[in-house]
Write a protein that binds this ligand. Structure first.
Ligand code: ADP
Length: 550
């Protein structure tokens, strides 16, 4: 028997309408570096998104599922693009402005982007690339920044504000199939070419609902979220769409992502929530330690994208800011797990749950797979590769305009689950603890050493600002850990023996203790601010590190 229920497609258009009407008074505040930030209501954003859709259709000729790229910071105009482009049936393609130029060009060409909306401050990055981007017919420039580099370029140049001014404030929004493409995002391609993940209207809608659930970020129109995670990094973890669904106010840092302006923003605008990778929180901590600011408005902060060192969580607890650990990937939209402890526990009992990657929501099914393909029990001990499936999890990668979608064997199981490449255990009550990425695990004499565990333990040492541990070749054991450490400001001289003893005291087994050590000025970071361990491995292989062997 079929149900008797209506079959209304779940689309971004519905999110747009809902946000601009029911939550019309909620606001997007964009930091400008001037004394006053810029404020725009959801009603205004929705109207301007409608005008943008009209402009893209009538002036740029954007039609069907053509791709419109954005090369932008987090700001109000970027939110308008997030709503307008998918709602008109086109595909929003967010470009990561920290990628190497050649990779950026590859991605634009692969996605066959017809137009790009770019922030004026990012023109120095875009303009030199344009001769290599034959599909780009229009460049739409938004926000401040010198325009002189645009003189003489081939694509047509339009000013965002002039383009949308006076356009109709209604649009004949198409009735879309909810499975249609709405947005796309390429993984950063640490190995091989970047891979395009294409989100559907349905996946965005369902993911947005999950983001808002109390067991996830739990945000309402009484909240303001500081969206530090870039809109080009997995759609800012889904926040721009989720906030429009629930009327959550957004505080957007634009290009002011350095610790000092972030601390100022928090003190002045008093957001109740924020989302960012651990590197941002490390930087902010150093800033407020040196120049104290009041961060206490942020009762609830989502931290993810890389493992959060427990020492960082503790430091923020002392500042009255509770970090909640989350795990996800570009392929998972990205919300996969969040670490809210189960009910009825004391603070002390909650701690072991808070430091895990968290629990799976109803939309995400998980399983652990051992080296022989066997499914492992959830016993908190059996470690295997995490595989997931669900309505906001990728089933394939974009195969280009002429090709079919790609399902590489190392990424998707035969029965359609996503192989995450992350290794970990799941407790009997469903909490995931990741010990490593499969490619970062240290395989020493047939046993595995978790680089993350060593890093977390090292970062708890008072002299250590950051630590990254990588596998290096070893004649006897196959691989051994190399510990690279960044010292806190003002710390001089390193006693590696003392650091090793500290690791042993914090419970690391003797055979796992690193014998190779190096102090480095900073841990190299990827385009989205994660530790870039392949750079450290390369530096080691090429003899560029000053290594002490104990
Ligand atoms: P990239 O692969 O380019 O880093 P993603 O942003 O999609 O792009 O990264 C997803 C990966 O980030 C996950 O597979 C996992 O290895 C790591 N990750 C994300 N969140 C966490 C977390 N809370 N703890 C540990 N690792 C995490």
């Amino acid at each position: 028997m079929l149900s008797t229920m209506q079959d209304v497609p779940l689309t971004v258009t519905r999110i747009l309408h809902h946000g601009m009407t029911i939550h019309g008074k909620s606001q997007v505040t964009t930091w400008t570096g001037e004394p006053e930030p810029h404020r725009r209501t959801f009603a205004e954003i929705g109207t301007r998104a409608t005008q943008l859709a009209n402009a893209l259709r009538d002036e740029l000729g954007v039609d069907g599922d053509q791709r419109v790229a954005t090369l932008m910071w987090n700001n109000a105009e970027h939110v308008e693009a997030y709503l307008a482009i998918p709602s008109m049936g086109a595909v929003l393609h967010t470009l990561n402005l920290r990628l190497p130029p050649e990779q950026l060009a590859w991605i634009v060409n692969h996605a066959d982007d017809k137009a790009v909306i770019v922030n004026g401050s990012l023109l120095p990055l875009l303009v030199p690339l344009l001769p290599h981007l034959p599909s780009i017919e229009h460049v739409v420039v938004a926000g401040p920044g010198d325009r002189s580099a645009l003189a003489g370029i081939t694509p047509r140049v339009l000013e965002y504000e002039e383009l949308i001014a006076g356009r109709p404030t209604t649009f004949d929004w198409p009735e879309l199939d909810e499975r249609q493409a709405a947005a796309m995002c390429y993984t950063s391609g640490t190995t091989g070419d970047p891979k395009g993940v294409v989100y559907s209207h349905r996946s965005i809608y369902l993911h947005s609902m999950q983001v808002n659930m109390t067991e996830s970020m739990g945000l309402t129109d009484k909240d303001t979220t500081l969206v530090v995670v870039p809109q080009f990094h997995v759609n800012a973890w889904g926040l721009p769409h989720a906030t429009f669904m629930s009327g959550v106010n957004m505080l957007m840092p634009d290009r002011f992502l350095q610790p000092a302006p972030l601390a100022d923003m928090i003190e002045r605008e008093r957001p109740t929530h924020a989302a960012a990778v651990p590197t941002i929180w490390q930087g902010l901590l150093a800033e407020v330690t040196a120049n104290p600011r009041d961060l206490t408005s942020m009762a609830n902060v989502t931290i993810g994208g890389a493992a959060c060192p427990p020492s960082l969580m503790e430091a923020y607890d002392k500042l009255g800011v509770r970090l909640c650990h989350a795990w996800g990937m570009t392929e998972t939209s990205p919300l996969g797990t969040m670490a809210h402890p189960p009910a009825g526990l004391s603070d002390e009992e909650q701690w072991p749950y808070r430091v895990t990657q968290g629990r799976f929501p109803a939309g995400v099914e998980a399983r652990l797979v051992g080296p022989g393909g066997e499914h492992l029990p959830w016993d908190g001990e059996s470690a295997g590769e995490l595989e997931v499936r669900g309505p906001w999890i990728a089933a394939a990668y974009y195969g280009g305009s002429d090709g079919e979608h790609l399902r590489p064997e190392d990424k998707f199981s035969e029965d359609g689950w996503l192989k995450t490449g992350d290794v970990g255990v799941i407790s009997t009550d469903g909490f995931l603890t990741l010990t490593d990425r499969a490619k970062d695990v240290i395989k020493s004499g047939g046993e595995w050493i978790s680089s993350v565990e060593l890093e977390n333990a090292l970062m708890a040492h008072p002299d250590v600002a950051e630590a990254a541990v990588v596998a290096v070749p070893d004649e006897k054991w196959g691989e051994r850990p190399l510990a690279t450490v960044v010292l806190k400001e003002g710390v001089t001289g390193t006693d590696y023996e003392a650091l090793k003893a500290f690791l042993a005291e914090s419970g690391i087994a003797k055979w796992q203790l690193p014998e190779r050590w190096s102090v480095i000025p900073a841990v190299p970071k990827t385009s989205v601010g994660k530790f870039d361990k392949k750079v450290i491995r390369k530096q080691y292989a090429e003899g560029e590190l000053d290594v002490t062997q104990l």
